[in-house]
Design a protein around this ligand. Structure first.
Ligand code: MLT
Length: 325
C-alpha cells in the first residue's frame, strides 16, 4: 500500500472509531431540537412537551431552537447543515413534504439530507375567527366571507404549511378567495387573531383549542371526520356543511444525514419512551394531538410516509396550479 493511501485508510479508521466511541457515550451533553416555526405555536408546544420527557430518558437537557421563516425551510436548511452527531435533531410537520413542490431552489433535499427517526403524531385543525366577526355558525361564516371577500384577511404560516393547506381547502370548498397574510408560524398568527388584526384562519387544535374554549376566538368546525374529543362543542366540518373536508397535520423527528445508527436508535428509544409517558399522553390529549401507533414511531415508517407525502403533494400542488417560488 502506498504511504499516502495507508495514512488515509488509518485516518478513516480512526475517524469511524472516534464516531463509534462517541456514539457509545451518547448523549454526553445537551441536545438541541430545531423547530422550524415561531415559538408558542403548535409545533413548538408539542416539541417542548416531548423534549422534556426525552431529556428524562436521555439524562441530558433537550433545548428547543425556534427558527421560523419560509414555511419551515429556513430551519430545515439549518438542521440539514448541522454536524451529524445526534446533538442537533429536527422536528417538522407536513410542510417538510410540500416544500420541494413550492420552493424552486431549496438548499436541501427533505428525504436525502435527513435521517428519519420516527413518526410522532397527527393534529386536527379548526376553522376559527376573531370574536368581533358577526358570524356565529359555519353557514353564517361562509355567507359573511362571501359577502366581504375583499375586506377579510386570512392568516397562515406560509406556503405549504399546515394552516396554508387547510386554508386552500377551505377557500376552495366555499369557492371564495381571501387575502392571505403569512406569518413565521401560527403562534404569532393566533396572537394577531385574538387582537383582531387578522380575521380568520385554519390551524391545529393544539394552538386554537384552548382559545376556543376560553372564548378568546370563535371555532366553527374541525378538519377531521370524527369528533375531536378535546373540543366536544365544535363539530367536524364534514358534519357542519363542508363534505370531504379533511386536513390534519402530521409530525416527524429527524437528524441530519450521516448521524450514526446507534445514536438514531438511542433517540428513537427516548422518543418512544416520551410517547408512552402518562403525563405526556394526558397533555397531548388535552391539546387534541393524536400520537401515531407505536409501530409507526420508526425510521422506516417516517421514511415511507415522507416519500409518499412528497409525491402526493407534488400532484395536488401541480393540479392546483400553484407555482413554485
Ligand atoms: C407552527 O408550528 O407554527 C405550525 O405548525 C405552522 C403550520 O404548519 O401551519
Amino acid at each position: 500500500m502506498r504511504g499516502w493511501l495507508r495514512r488515509t485508510a488509518v485516518f478513516g479508521l480512526a475517524m469511524s472509531w472516534a464516531a463509534l466511541a462517541s456514539a457509545q457515550d451518547y448523549p454526553s451533553r445537551p441536545i438541541t431540537i430545531v423547530v422550524p416555526w415561531a415559538a408558542g405555536g403548535p409545533t413548538d408546544v408539542v416539541t417542548r412537551i416531548l423534549g422534556q420527557a426525552m431529556s428524562t430518558d436521555l439524562k441530558q437537557p433537550v433545548v428547543v431552537e425556534n427558527l421560523g421563516g419560509a414555511s419551515g425551510t429556513v430551519g430545515a436548511a439549518r438542521a440539514a447543515r448541522a454536524t451529524p452527531d445526534g446533538y442537533t435533531l429536527f422536528l417538522h410537520n407536513i410542510s417538510h413534504a410540500t416544500a420541494p413542490s413550492l420552493y424552486k431552489s431549496l438548499p436541501y433535499d427533505p428525504v436525502e439530507d435527513f435521517e428519519p427517526i420516527g413518526l410522532i403524531l397527527d393534529v386536527p385543525q379548526a376553522v376559527v375567527s376573531k370574536n368581533a366577526l358577526p358570524a356565529k355558525t359555519l353557514p353564517e361564516l361562509v355567507a359573511y366571507l362571501k359577502a366581504n371577500r375583499d375586506k377579510v384577511n386570512l392568516a397562515q404560516a406560509g406556503r405549504g404549511s399546515g394552516s396554508h393547506l387547510c386554508a386552500l381547502l377551505f377557500m376552495s370548498a366555499i369557492d371564495t378567495k381571501l387575502t392571505e397574510v403569512a406569518y413565521k408560524g401560527t403562534g404569532p398568527a393566533i396572537t394577531d387573531l385574538m387582537g383582531g388584526q387578522v380575521d380568520v384562519m385554519c390551524d391545529q387544535v393544539s394552538n386554537t383549542g384552548n382559545q376556543i374554549k376560553a372564548g378568546t376566538i370563535r371555532g366553527y368546525c374541525t378538519t377531521i371526520k370524527s369528533q375531536v374529543a378535546s373540543l366536544p362543542d365544535v363539530r367536524p366540518c364534514t358534519e357542519a356543511g363542508l363534505p370531504g373536508f379533511d386536513a390534519s397535520v402530521w409530525h416527524g423527528l429527524y437528524a441530519p444525514k450521516g448521524t450514526p445508527k446507534p445514536v438514531l436508535d438511542r433517540v428513537n428509544v427516548a422518543l418512544r419512551a416520551a410517547l408512552r409517558d402518562g403525563t405526556v399522553k394526558a397533555r397531548l390529549a388535552e391539546l387534541g394531538a393524536v400520537p401515531v401507533a407505536e409501530t409507526d414511531v420508526t425510521p422506516s415508517a417516517l421514511r415511507s410516509h415522507l416519500k409518499a407525502q412528497v409525491e402526493k403533494w407534488a400532484t395536488v400542488i401541480r393540479a392546483a396550479k400553484l407555482q413554485p417560488e
